[in-house]
Design a protein around this ligand. Structure first.
Ligand code: EPZ
Length: 429
């Protein structure tokens, strides 16, 4: 959980990143796959699980739900689930859920495996209200009785969940994950239309197949799940983190660097790679699913426009990092955030470093400047903290990034990776 609230990063700008790096396991694939261990008894072995505070938080949550979890330094996370399926220990408490919204991912698995769940309604966060109405409506269509009492989602099932036709009004990643997991043990067939196609959902599908689930349409926006009587424990390796990979490519590009990044999920990073190439970065990647990417940035970047969209569009989780690059690019650009209603919290902080950005709720207008200047800044959310770190790397002078615990939620030892490439960063409490 978050225990480094007072820490800050001190970044000395002006160094060029050079050398070789690597991508760790995906946070947003790990969390639903860890939740899926609720669906089957036995000993689950998940490898390449990143050492992150959000993963620690999820391990704590599963422990309160009666499972035992250990996360080794070699990134193997072992979950032992011997729960007898009775409606005990089905409470995901406020103090955990309020700090990690992804806790909502236990709702579907609990209803499917135990027939009952009490999960704190995840509040909003800095990037938006983050409602879960689509999750709840879909679970009700599958036979769950859902009520909201005193800030808690209380769900129960008379017998087992049953298959249903789910048409999501909006693409929801964790909503798709919740219904996908619930449907694996429901009686009959569930069809999810307008399903999220994010690679993390594909990874979850593969993990569920490994457990014995029956799923078709994987990778498309229509998933068909035929419920089975029971599932077996998982033995699965988590995909590399495409957002960490994209963030690394942005950091190298911002500093005019020359780096080879290994273990990159290339096939799911094309939108980001093409955008960086359009800005003038030289990026060489073979056409493998996972491989090495060589990024070289010699000349000043050219401004381009960015629109975030569900996969395979530009990931909203890359918006803040790309905005830092646009802030120092030659020309003007427009960034349109189509997913979340308040995901420009990094804008005032970048402006304090000398950027020229003005934004309304959905659109930011950027006029590139020659350079940014180091300043004390405040991280407001996970990806904003990454954008400020990239800004500090390419700014003149020193930048202090406060509330750096946001970064540790989703990036494993990120400053160590950057220091290994020549960055000058220290962490102070
Ligand atoms: C997941 O969040 C990711 N988190 C987010 O990553 C990511 O930004 C987001 O998907 C979009 O790609 C995890 O996977 C743990 P959504 P999620 O449900 O599932 C609206 C990061 O930085 N909506 O796809 O919560 C919602 O308000 C994090 O790693 C409803 O209206 O996002 C938003 O506008 C940040 N009702 C849009 O849909 C619902 O019931 C997409 O949200 C659900 C969602």
């Amino acid at each position: 959980m978050i225990d480094n609230v007072s820490e800050k990063l001190i970044v000395t700008g002006g160094t060029t990143l050079r050398g070789e790096s690597f991508v760790s396991g995906s946070k947003n694939a790990s969390l639903p796959i860890i939740a899926a261990t609720l669906l089957a008894n036995g000993r689950h072995k998940l490898s390449n699980v990143p050492l992150l505070s959000d993963v620690n938080g999820f391990a704590t949550l599963l422990t309160t739900l009666g499972l035992s979890v250990s996360h080794a330094k070699n990134r193997v996370l072992t979950v032992t689930n011997n729960h007898d399926g009775t409606p005990t220990q089905c409470h995901a408490p406020y103090d955990i859920v309020s700090r990690m919204r992804a806790s909502i991912l236990v709702l579907g698995p609990l209803l499917a495996s135990r027939g009952t769940a009490k999960v704190s309604l995840p509040g909003g966060c800095t990037i938006g209200a983050r409602p879960v109405d689509l999750h709840l409506k879909a679970l009700q269509l599958m036979g769950a009785t859902i009520s909201i009492n005193h800030g808690y989602i209380e769900g129960s099932v008379d017998g087992k969940l049953h298959g249903a036709n789910i048409d999501f009004d909006k693409v929801t990643v964790t909503g798709t994950a919740n219904i996908l997991m619930a449907a694996t043990l429901a009686t009959g067939t569930t069809t999810i239309r307008n399903a999220a196609m994010e690679p993390e959902i594909v990874d979850l599908c593969h993990a569920l197949l490994n457990m014995g689930a029956s799923i078709s349409g994987i990778g498309s926006n229509t998933l068909v799940i035929t419920g089975v009587e029971s599932l077996s424990s998982a033995e699965y390796s988590i995909m590399p983190d495409r957002i960490e990979a994209g963030t690394l490519l942005c950091a190298v590009t911002a500093t005019g660097g020359d780096v080879i990044v290994h273990n990159c999920p290339i096939s799911t990073l094309n939108t980001v790679i093409h955008k960086l190439q359009a800005m003038g970065a030289e990026i060489y990647a073979d056409n493998s699913h996972i491989g090495s990417v060589h990024v070289i940035a010699k000349k000043r970047l050219q401004a381009v426009d960015v629109d975030t969209n569900p996969y395979p569009g530009m990931p909203t989780d890359m918006q803040a990092q790309l905005m830092t690059l646009l802030a120092i690019s030659d020309g003007t650009s427009i960034v349109t955030e189509n997913i979340f209603e308040n995901r420009f919290m990094h804008v005032p902080e970048l402006n304090r470093m000398g950027a020229h950005i003005h934004a309304n709720e959905t659109t930011a207008f950027i006029t590139g400047v020659e350079t940014l200047y180091g300043a004390p800044v405040k991280a407001t959310d996970l990806r904003a903290s990454a954008s400020l770190l990239i800004a500090g790397l390419c700014a003149q002078g020193t930048t202090e990034i406060h509330d750096i615990y946001h970064l540790d939620r989703g990036y494993e030892k990120f400053e160590d990776k950057l220091i290994a490439l020549g960055a000058k960063i220290t962490r102070q409490s």
